[in-house]
Design a protein around this ligand. Sequence first.
Ligand code: UD1
Ligand code: CA
Length: 455
Amino acid sequence: MSLDVIILAAGQGSRMKSKKPKVLHGIGGKPMVQHVIDCALELDAPRIHVVVGHGADQVRDALGSQALKFVLQAEQLGTGHAVAQALEGTDPDGISLVLYGDVPLTRSETLRELVDIARQDKLGLLTVKLGDPSGYGRIIRTEAGQVAAIVEHKDASEAQRAVSEVNTGILALPTHLLIDWLPRLSSNNAQGEYYLTDVIAMAADQGVLIEAIQPEFEQEVQGVNNRQQQAELERWYQLREAQRLMNQGVTLRDPLRLDVRGNLSAGFDVVIDINCVFEGQVQLGNDVTIGPNCHISDAVIGDGCHIKANSVIEQAQLQENCDIGPFARLRPGSVLAAGVKVGNFVETKKARIGEGSKVSHLSYIGDAQIGSDVNVGAGTITCNYDGVNKFQTEIGDGAFIGSNSALVAPVKVGAGATVGAGSTITKDVADDQLSVARGKQRNLENWQRPVKQKD
Ligand code: UD1
Ligand code: CA
């Protein structure tokens, strides 16, 4: 029985106080609705319907190229009405699973259980017991313990409000039942809405078995209505990321002080110090150590690399045993071969640096190709930009660039060449040459310092 996942994402989310539709706000650097979509993909759902309304264009644009069926709910007349909009594109012989774009962290294991219930011609309902159930739809059970109905908070009696088991909104059932029931919903209730939850009573009436299950973690069914709830789920998400990494053999100096906003993979015996932020796709090899306060995005970091405190790495590739920082900045297009050292206050951009080369202090290396075993002295600058165009600097294997040199691109320094400290190099230097391009030193004898004049 094929699966249709219907994700409700038409609400405005006014309590977020944002220009952006709520479901596009992120957890772990990813829009909430994308978490829900990814979870649906883990269930191998062949069709994922996203019901959009408020900010529909923005949501569609943000989710762009994925294989999704968008359905517009022009007016938000209730959750039942929202699901009905998607019915046309479903397989009537299949199963439907209803999810919410603002309930981002449900685990696929939990949903699989619900779908399995629906495959047995039953209605699978996800419920949870809350210390403070107010605001939620209450689960009404018969004396025998069978789920009989859901009563919305606003429609509930005092006795019903005392029930602590609430509806999470997430349910799965054979699609033909939805097709049968949704047109029969009425909006005759406290909110004047077509409640999806009324199908529970219809199921009970028709003798369709309802099986309620509970998630392992309460956070799985937590919705986000404001920034505070978003922050709470963010922390839970980060804690789980930390646990996942530790289970894979990563030492976290403090699992509470790690932020992964994307996909971080790591080999064995990786050590990550506190306050590091990982964004996009980051791969760490075996035995990598990351010092405190590093920000690393879209990077591949090879075995044995040592990234020291306060380094910023973006769109860079490092082969094994590189030694970076503290306070280094590797910008996009930095490609470092094995054993490269990039030290403090060094910035690299579109730079390929060969095996064993060192740029240890206070340099800018941009649009450059540096061979192996090169020593770039402190304060060296590749002058890559004339205000309009960018130019390349090439430095051959084994070259030595003296401190405080400016290499005015386009320029080449040959293999084994030496540049004297403080040089401004504007012309190519051949292999093994020494180039010195600085004012000649003059030492004057009998020179007198000025003295303060008396008045
Ligand atoms: C709903 C449930 C309630 C449950 C609670 C859990 C109903 C009638 N009630 O209540 O039993 O305890 O969720 O959080 O289903 N949406 C649309 N289009 C609409 C209406 C809603 O897309 O026309 C979306 C909203 O954007 C939101 C979700 O559906 O993401 C839930 O809607 P909301 O109105 O917040 O339902 P609740 O009153 O919270
Ligand atoms: Ca809600």
